[in-house]
Design a protein around this ligand. Structure first.
Ligand code: 3PG
Ligand code: CO
Length: 553
């Protein structure tokens, strides 16, 4: 039985409206032309100095999402062999005698959603335990790893599969596509993405057909990068797909991270499913690498038990009367709700919480609309603050990350400016900065989140989950940009391990609050206790320590 009551903070007051702003993909790095945050005009982030700290970002996969813990559990289960003793593996192995084992997931060593070495171990383990026919459905990455690296990963996988074939296992790649265009959508932004994957993986249908996957990827890369490769199927000499999913087959989605596998899990598992016409619904034994949604219990079967993520800060705060508003646009909505709450859908208490999702643009890459919905998110948060109906207003502003992942430097500069404007103040259409005369009654600026916090006497916490936009190139050890063999700059589309900022301020911040200097390892994990303090509570004992203290002058 959890005791939800938090102790009162000895000095910090309750009842101050707190804005918690997560700038996604916003790290700190030396100012040069590939640091888009430096190049962009970011007056708000430059000015937030009330109290400010650079936090370590050692563990770039944390992302408020507990990902690294999940990866580690899979590692342990594979290394010890426990994975093969669990209910999930038993369930899929019931199909090994007569059916095919299908493995679907992201093919890279990025370690954010999946890892190649885990796939390799699973292939080996399953074939040693009776899988006679295996089909791998790959999703190419280029987002958590360098663009173009897909070819090498496919070559590695092909040589592993060839070894299995030498040992009498009929093992092949059956289909593929780029992660952002095929299968790995999230938060139900665009079901067409999942459908494209379904058609290739389950029905064996795709606009592109190849007999060899390395060739497929090389060919399709002529018109798209790894993230956006169109769907393809591998066919035999009679043009017949080599591995559609059939009745009696087993399916494993081998990603450990949840957000981009939940949608496919629904399509594979739900009897009643109306998000797209599946056409063919084979009777399969399906298991996830882990369970992806703890509230929906989805999927019902999994190879590794997910970590218990309970007693999250959101649940504590709701139990202690902190009324919460959370908002982002679709592509990051779950980051402030589902992910935030420990891979759990829904509200803890609908009377205390309101979650607002702003629909993301669909069907474009975000460098085309780099401002994304930053303005709308800022406005929603501002209005929530001014309504005085909430004690915590939290947002994720996705621009630095989503545009940074495209590798488009110019667009990322625009993205960073838009994110900065959402934090505090947006230049109005007639701002003098844009060289136009200000007409009477036309606002030169539109107030956003921090302005609203100033109006209600509240507190702001501005931070980031990891870096991305602050460094857009691959570098050597001394920090010089790297070029490929043809002399082309090597663009970095992935997250970085640079430190991230945390700035706390606002009129509601009590005098004497400062950062402790005895938490040298402070990082994202310490933000929860810090925020609880700012709401007037002491965090539970087993939480990572707070970053702040109060000194009397
Ligand atoms: C993605 O899924 O887009 C990236 O792999 C991880 O990005 P995020 O942690 O910033 O969401
Ligand atoms: Co992020």
């Amino acid at each position: 039985q959890v005791s939800w009551k938090l102790a009162d903070h000895p000095t910090l007051p309750k009842g101050k409206t707190l804005a918690l702003i997560v700038l996604d993909g916003w790290g700190e790095y030396k100012p040069d032309e590939y640091n888009c945050i430096h190049v962009a005009q970011t007056p708000t982030m430059d000015s937030l100095k009330q109290i400010r700290l650079s936090m370590r970002n050692k563990d770039l996969t944390v992302s408020f999402g507990w990902t690294s813990g999940r990866a580690k559990l899979v590692d342990i289960a594979l290394a010890s062999g426990k994975i093969y003793e669990g209910e999930g593996f038993k369930y899929i192995s019931e199909c090994f005698e007569k059916g095919t084992l299908h493995l679907i997931g992201l093919l890279s060593d990025g370690g954010v959603h999946s890892r190649l070495d885990q796939l390799q171990l699973l292939l080996k383990g399953a074939s040693e335990r009776g899988a006679k026919r295996i089909r791998v459905h790959i999703l190419t990455d280029g987002r958590d790893v360098l663009d173009g690296s897909s070819v090498g990963f496919v070559e590695t996988l092909e040589s592993d599969l060839a070894k299995l074939r030498e040992n009498g296992v009929d093992a092949r790649i059956a289909s593929g596509g780029g992660r952002m265009y095929v299968t790995m959508d999230r938060y139900e932004n665009d079901w067409d993405v999942v459908k494209r994957g379904w058609d290739a993986q389950v029905r064996g249908e795709a606009p592109h057909k190849f007999t060899n996957t390395v060739e497929a990827v090389k060919k399709l890369r002529e018109n798209a990068n790894d993230q956006y490769l169109p769907p393809f199927v591998i066919v035999d000499e009679n043009e017949k797909a080599v591995g559609p999913i059939e009745d009696g087959d087993a399916v494993v989605t081998f990603n450990f991270r949840a957000d981009r596998m939940v949608m496919l899990a629904k399509a594979l598992e739900y009897q009643d499913f109306d998000k797209f016409d599946r056409v063919k619904v084979p009777k399969i034994h399906y298991a996830g690498m882990l369970q992806y949604d703890g509230e929906l219990k989805l999927p019902g079967r999994y190879l590794v038990s997910p970590p218990e993520i309970d007693r999250t800060s959101g649940e504590y705060l709701v139990h202690n009367g902190v009324r919460t508003f959370a908002c982002s646009e679709t592509v990051k909505f779950g980051h402030v709700t589902f992910f935030w709450n420990g891979n759990r859908s829904g509200y803890f208490n609908p009377e205390m919480e309101e979650y607002v999702e702003i629909p993301s643009d669909v069907g474009i890459t975000f460098n085309v609309q780099p401002k994304m919905k930053a303005l709308e998110i800022g406005e929603k948060a501002r209005d929530a603050i001014l309504s005085r109906k909430f004690d915590q207003v939290r947002v994720n502003i996705p621009n630095g990350d989503m545009v940074g992942h495209t590798g488009d430097i110019q667009a990322t500069v625009v993205a960073c400016k838009a994110a900065d404007e959402a934090v505090k103040v947006l230049e109005g259409p007639n701002s003098t900065n844009r060289g136009r005369m200000l007409m009477r009654n036309e606002p030169s600026e539109i107030n956003m989140i921090i302005d609203a916090i100033e109006q209600v006497g509240g507190i702001y916490v501005v931070t980031a989950d990891h870096g991305n936009a602050e460094d857009m190139v691959k570098r050597n050890k001394s920090g010089q940009p790297l070029y490929d063999k043809s002399g082309k700059l090597q663009i970095l589309t992935s997250h970085t391990c640079q430190p991230v900022p945390i700035a706390i301020g606002g009129p509601g911040l009590a005098a004497g609050v400062r950062f402790r200097n005895d938490v040298p390892d402070g990082g994202l994990a310490n933000v929860a206790a810090t925020v609880m303090n700012l709401h007037g509570y002491v965090a539970p004992n087993d939480y990572e320590p707070t970053l702040i203290e109060v000194v009397n002058n």
